[in-house]
Write a protein that binds this ligand. Structure first.
Ligand code: SAM
Length: 251
């Protein structure tokens, strides 16, 4: 229920240092000594902190398989899972923390060390149907993933669905022009529902499947999530539809 959900009043009120300590200084940094403040003002690579923003959102990320696959492939991109279930969010949070910890304990020369060491990935408990613009500024995101959402779509009322005309307006708001919205599902009716609403929306253009056939991100979106793996084991079909956020109309 919503009153249990924590969400920021506005994107600027969000403390990202909790999620990406390597990239953001804590708002409580004044309490640090000058020496530690200096020490923590730059990332390991000597880059200034507080300059990056979350750019990719995995909406209804489940157990986090996509994020864990993409994080080392795109170590300079901050990515965030959004998940409504408390226990699942906690699982992903623990999974990321344990993986970061394991990376930090590896010897420098270890080939198990991966680029970025998972410092660029995090998860938040959120209801994506409600608070997207509280977390992200207009045009902040360049990718949004909706992977195997709504398995019981048919039995849900329209307002409980994750892609609706009203919600698409919010997704278009946080997604920048040129940004990509990915949908993958094994439920054909849901695919048709999502694609028809995205096709009808003035701010989204369908991307022909052949344009993305060598895209490693789409490949990960189809295969790296826990639900995607399950569908694969059961030899189920997967329906893909991707859309590019159009430029804002000039008025
Ligand atoms: N994307 C993951 C995958 O492919 O493995 C998970 C798929 S699972 C079938 C759908 C997930 O969306 C569930 O973990 C569910 O808790 C989450 N979810 C449903 N409604 C949501 C909402 N309004 N906001 C955030 N997450 C939601």
């Amino acid at each position: 229920v919503d009153h249990e959900l924590d969400y920021p009043k506005s994107p600027s009120a969000m403390d990202w240092s909790v999620h990406y300590p390597k990239y953001f200084t804590s708002p409580n940094a004044e309490q640090q000594t000058a020496a530690t403040a200096l020490d923590t003002a730059v990332t390991g690579e000597g880059q200034a902190k507080d300059t990056k923003k979350v750019e990719w959102a995995d909406v209804g990320c489940g157990f986090g398989g996509l994020l864990m696959a993409l994080a080392p492939m795109f170590p300079d991109t901050l990515m965030l899972g959004m998940e409504i279930r408390v226990s699942v969010t906690k699982y992903v949070n623990d999974r990321i923390a344990a993986t970061r910890q394991a990376q930090s304990l590896l010897p420098a020369e270890s080939t198990d060390r991966v680029p970025g060491e998972y410092q660029n990935v995090s998860v938040i408990r959120a209801n994506s149907q409600k608070y997207m613009p509280n977390f992200f500024e207009r045009g902040q995101l360049s990718k949004m993933f909706f992977l195997f959402p709504d398995p019981h779509f048919k039995n849900r009322k329209q307002k409980a669905r994750i892609i609706t005309p009203g919600l698409l307006a919010e997704y278009a708001y946080v997604l920048r022009p040129g940004g990509i919205l990915y949908t993958v599902t094994d439920v054909k009716d849901l695919h048709e529902w999502m694609a028809s609403h995205l096709n009808a929306h003035p701010l989204f253009d369908p991307i022909p499947t052949e344009d993305l056939k060598d895209d490693p991100i789409l490949e990960a979106a189809r295969t790296a999530t826990e639900e995607g793996k399950k569908v694969e084991r059961n030899k189920g079909d997967k329906w893909v539809a991707c859309f590019r956020r159009r430029d804002d109309p000039v008025d």
